[in-house]
Every structure is written in structure tokens, then in C-alpha cells.
Ligand binder design. Structure first.
Ligand code: B12
Length: 222
């Protein structure tokens, strides 16, 4: 059964969604994350092991490779698709409260900015790490973030900006969020940012990639 869990992790890492998927070519005709997860659950494995040691572990591996520039955006997208295919069989256990996620993260791209590819990858990697993601989308202003924090009471917020002009909107968004929850952890990221800028605007964490955010979240959980 350990072997089954390792194969699930491998399918997520390689982006093997299901039996019908022709990608990756060397796994053509074999079960993917979807069938293997179903088999693991049907075989009596704990949904939490299947999720954490299989699906999440596979996603963590791809996140590390992405951080190290060993794989690229399409690889992360196909891995996330494989993970979601497996998650379909795990979700009923969340609904019946047998499984708990690590916590809730609100993410969004800040006002004036329509870039969402990096923010979406952030969401996939954090979701792959076992966190519930509330994605506000793009061009979200201080009121939008504050409202989401009031409604969802997340553990942390992730702000993304890709333009040197829109990154300047982050500070007022952070200030507005802190009026609702002064202790909330706020992570910022996006190509033009730096840790110096993050410090200056009062963010708790900056990392150039989603894996850094995942590790930061692990550290605040422990
Ligand atoms: C794709 C793209 C677009 C697409 C966006 C499509 C979409 N759905 O996102 C479109 C065509 C819409 C677009 C529009 C514009 N763009 Co544009 N765009 C890009 C481009 C080519 C790629 C960005 C991207 O997706 N990168 C890939 C992702 C994976 O990387 P990423 O976003 O950096 O995210 C990673 C990290 O930064 C990090 N991350 C991101 N967010 C967060 C958040 C947290 C909390 C954490 C921890 C990590 C994190 O994790 C991600 C994964 O590693 C870049 C150039 C480039 N090569 O970067 C220009 C670029 C960003 N665009 C630029 C510009 C100028 C524009 C426009 C103003 C162009 C115009 N004149 O209309 C408009 C602005 C529209 C708007 N209001 O937002 C400039 C910005 C220059 C600047 N210094 O501000 C760039 C750099 C191009 C250039 N060299 O001039 N763009």
C-alpha cells in the first residue's frame, strides 16, 4: 500500500492525470493520480495519508523543482491538474469532517494589475500543500481584501503584483487588512518585488516563489 501512495505522488509530480491521459508519454496506458487515489481509498488507506503522503507530497516535489528552475509553468499546471483529479476522491472526507485542511489563505492580484499567472501558481502550490485557497482574482483593491478577511477569517493573505506601478498599491491594502485583523500574516510576491520593499510596506513575508510562501506558512503553523 505504501507503493500505491508513492505512485500517487509520482503521478502528481509527473503530471499523469488519469488512465486516458497520453501525457507523459512514458506513462501512457497506465493509471494516473485519479485512478490510483480511488484505488487507495477503496483499499482502506486513510484519506489523510493518501492526501498528505501522496497528492501533497507530489505537489511539494514539483514546487521545489519549479523554485530551482528545473521545471516550468506548464509542468506546474499539469501537476496541479493531476492533484485535483485525485482530490475529487478525497473531497467527500472533508465534507464529512473526517479530514481537516491546514488553514485558509486569501490570495489576489492587487488593484490596477491584471496579471494572474503567478498568483494562480501560488494558489495551486499552496493548495497542493494542504491549505484552502480563497482566490479573489485580479485588480482587487483594499476594500476587496478587507472584506474577504472579515468574511473568511483566513490564517494569512497573499498579495501579488507584476507592475512597478501596482506594487505601490500593496501598502494601503496591507494597512486596510490590518484594520480588520492586526495580527494576520501578510505575504507579498511578484517579479518586481524585493524583501526590502516588503519590509518597507509592512508585509510579514516576501519570497520570489510560491515554495518560499509554503515554507513560511509551515513555520507559522509550527
Ligand atoms: C503575461 C504577461 C502579461 C499578460 C497577463 C496575462 C495574465 N493572465 O496574467 C497581459 C498581456 C494581459 C499583460 C498586460 C500588461 N503587461 Co505584462 N507581462 C506578462 C509577462 C510576459 C509574463 C508575466 C508572467 O505571467 N510571468 C510568469 C509567472 C509565473 O511569473 P510571476 O507572475 O512573476 O509569478 C511568480 C513569482 O513572481 C511568484 N509570485 C507571484 N505572485 C506572488 C505572490 C506571493 C505572495 C508569492 C509568495 C509569490 C508570488 O510566484 C510566481 C511563480 O513563481 C511579463 C514579462 C515577464 N517575462 O515576466 C510582462 C510584464 C509583467 N508586463 C508588463 C507590462 C508593462 C504590461 C502592460 C502595462 C502592457 C501594456 N502596455 O498594456 C499590461 C498591464 C495590464 C495590467 N493592468 O495589469 C511589464 C511590467 C513592467 C514593469 N516594470 O512594471 C512586463 C515585465 C513586461 C516588460 N518587460 O515590459 N502582461
Amino acid at each position: 500500500m505504501d507503493d500505491l501512495i508513492n505512485r500517487i505522488a509520482y503521478c502528481v509530480e509527473r503530471g499523469k492525470v488519469n488512465l486516458a491521459a497520453n501525457y507523459p508519454p512514458d506513462l501512457k496506458g497506465e493509471d494516473g493520480a485519479e485512478e490510483l487515489t480511488q484505488k487507495a481509498i477503496d483499499g482502506g488507506l486513510s484519506p489523510s495519508d493518501v492526501m498528505n503522503l501522496g497528492l501533497v507530497a507530489g505537489m511539494e516535489k514539483i514546487g521545489i523543482k519549479f523554485r530551482d528552475n528545473k521545471v516550468f509553468v506548464p509542468d506546474v499546471l499539469i501537476s496541479a491538474k493531476a492533484m485535483n483529479a485525485g482530490m475529487k476522491h478525497i473531497k467527500p472526507f472533508f465534507l464529512s469532517n473526517q479530514l481537516k485542511l491546514k488553514g485558509k489563505i486569501v490570495i489576489g492580484t492587487v488593484s490596477g494589475d491584471l496579471h494572474d499567472i503567478g498568483k494562480n501558481i501560488l494558489g495551486m502550490i499552496l493548495q497542493g500543500g494542504g491549505w484552502e485557497i480563497i482566490d479573489l482574482g485580479v485588480d482587487r483593491n483594499a476594500d476587496n481584501f478587507a472584506e474577504a478577511v472579515r468574511t473568511h477569517k483566513p490564517d494569512a493573505v497573499g498579495l501579488s503584483a507584476l507592475l512597478t506601478t501596482t506594487m505601490l498599491n500593496m501598502e494601503s491594502i496591507i494597512n486596510e487588512i490590518r484594520k480588520i485583523d492586526p495580527g494576520i500574516k501578510i505575504m507579498v510576491g511578484g517579479a518586481p518585488l524585493s524583501s526590502g520593499f516588503a519590509d518597507k510596506i509592512g508585509a510579514d513575508h516576501y519570497s520570489p516563489d510560491p515554495q518560499g510562501a509554503l515554507e513560511y506558512l509551515k513555520s507559522i503553523r509550527n
